[in-house]
Design a protein around this ligand. Structure first.
Ligand code: NAP
Ligand code: HSE
Length: 426
């Protein structure tokens, strides 16, 4: 049986999806029994040169009309951004059409409202491609693990920054590494969303919401990007046995849920240190299941279009069954922890005058703030000494208080860098 598809967006992901739907139509029918027919592709520019040209009969710059087209049974949103994508998704749901989207920004911002509307209309809103590109992670979280009390999600969810950090640790400059990631189709239309951690924060909001059953909006995710990482620290980190990664962390504690994105140093023997290039990897932990690791290509047209296609097939099967779709997820109220209440470890680089008693003063300052030091290294002597310290777990608010107090010490010329450290040791 035929299912009419309207695609909003014909860029990196939309173009890859269209190419697959057209070139592999027979293979899809053979494997699923579904005839997925593209009825239109909405873009902004009708005249743009595209790596996979959109056939004349399909291309349109009127997305609202495409959503309303009675021959379109299912809408696929691959435009990105909050608007007009949000209104178009709402328009489709309102009309009782299932929607598949890869738009993490939209889901992390208006997801609760959109999921509710889909539920009211008895149709699906599916967003497997919004997190982890080609890695199946949304369906395992919301279906296979629906009964598990998940305690932590931890991973790398932005391919662009992982690609940049990988290339920088191989000696490339930031700007060249970003250019490469953009050329490979990994970056968002505005790459600041990747570099600033905003893209990863949206994905973390979605993962935490599904994992803990408490709606976490993107505004509730603490966020730092990779812009302020200094190549000097990447070199020191490598010497100390660490690699920098932009981590997404969601935790359920007895006091509430924490969701955050920030750069962190991971030990070279940690599985996340082995995740290179645009790959993503996410650990999911729960008391019954233990530790699961999902890993694979987290960005790029082909892998992402695969996840979109899986959702299209899922939604098309529901359409053909003519069944009222049961709600996939329910959210209960929960407390969101302030980042200051979370335990973290820090790497701190201090420029100090090397004189008797300096180390004792520095250690005392950490101690007064309730932070215990795990290791210390010194480089240089005299006026130009560099101290590198790694702390044990302590409250984030205490780590910050220690660093503020260090700034006022006469012997500390500069607190040159602070980076969190992620390791499973306390
Ligand atoms: P993209 O290459 O920038 O493509 C966006 C498409 O939407 C373009 O075809 C554009 O038209 C069209 N569009 C934008 N605004 C429009 C408007 N107002 N009216 C009509 N058409 C409009 O973006 P992408 O990389 O494919 O990403 C699409 C979505 O997938 C985003 O939500 C993104 O976050 C998500 N995603 C991307 C990746 C990835 O690796 N790229 C991975 C996972 C998820 P023109 O072509 O005429 O400009
Ligand atoms: N820009 C995103 C990334 C695309 O680099 O991971 C996948 O969502």
């Amino acid at each position: 049986m035929k299912v009419g598809i309207g695609i909003l967006g014909g860029g990196t992901v939309g173009g890859a999806l269209l190419q697959y739907l057209i070139n592999e139509q027979k293979a899809i029918v053979a494997k699923t029994g579904l005839e997925l027919e593209v009825r239109g592709v909405a873009v902004r520019s009708l005249s743009k040169t595209r790596s996979f040209p959109i056939p004349t009969g399909l291309i349109t710059d009127q997305p609202e009309q495409l959503v309303d087209d009675p021959s379109v049974d299912l809408v696929v949103e691959l435009m990105g951004g909050l608007e007009p994508a949000g209104d178009l998704v709402m328009q489709a749901l309102q009309a009782g059409k299932p929607v598949v989207t890869a738009n993490k920004e939209l889901v992390a911002t208006r997801g609760a409202e959109l999921i509710r509307r889909a539920e009211e209309k008895g149709v699906s809103l599916l967003f497997e491609a919004a997190v982890g590109g080609g890695i199946p992670i949304i369906r395992p979280l919301s279906e296979s693990l629906a009964g598990e009390q998940i305690t932590r999600v931890l991973g790398i969810v932005n391919g662009t920054t992982n690609y940049i950090l990988t290339r920088m640790s191989e000696g490339l400059g930031f700007a060249e590494a970003l250019e490469e990631a953009q050329a490979l189709g990994y970056a968002e239309a505005d790459p600041t969303a990747d570099v600033s951690g905003a893209d990863a924060a949206a994905k973390t909001a979605i993962l935490a919401s599904l994992a803990f059953g408490t709606w976490v909006s993107v505004d509730g995710v603490y966020r730092e990007g990779i812009e302020s990482l200094d190549p000097v620290d990447l070199r020191y980190a490598a010497d100390l046995g660490y690699l920098p990664k932009l981590l997404a962390i969601g935790e359920e504690t007895p006091n509430g849920v924490s969701a955050r994105v920030h750069p962190a140093l991971v030990p070279l023997d940690h599985p996340l240190a082995l995740v290179r290039g645009a790959n993503n990897a996410v650990f999911i932990e729960g008391p019954q299941v233990g530790e699961l690791l999902f890993m694979g290509p987290g960005a790029g047209g082909g892998p992402t279009a695969t996840a979109v296609l899986g959702d299209i097939i899922d939604a098309a099967r529901e359409l053909l069954a003519e069944a009222q779709v049961a709600p996939r997820i329910r959210f209960a109220p929960g407390r969101l922890l302030d980042f200051g209440e979370v335990e973290t470890k820090w790497y701190v680089r201090l420029e100090v005058a090397d004189a008797p008693g300096v180390l004792a003063l520095v250690a005392g300052t950490f101690g007064d703030a309730g932070v215990s030091i795990k290791s210390v290294w010194q480089e240089g002597r005299g006026e130009d000494a560099t101290l590198l310290l790694i702390t044990h777990d302590a409250l984030e608010s205490n780590q910050r208080a220690a660093v503020t107090a260090l700034r006022s010490l006469e012997v500390v010329t500069e607190v040159a860098a602070t980076i969190r450290v992620q390791s499973d040791e306390p």
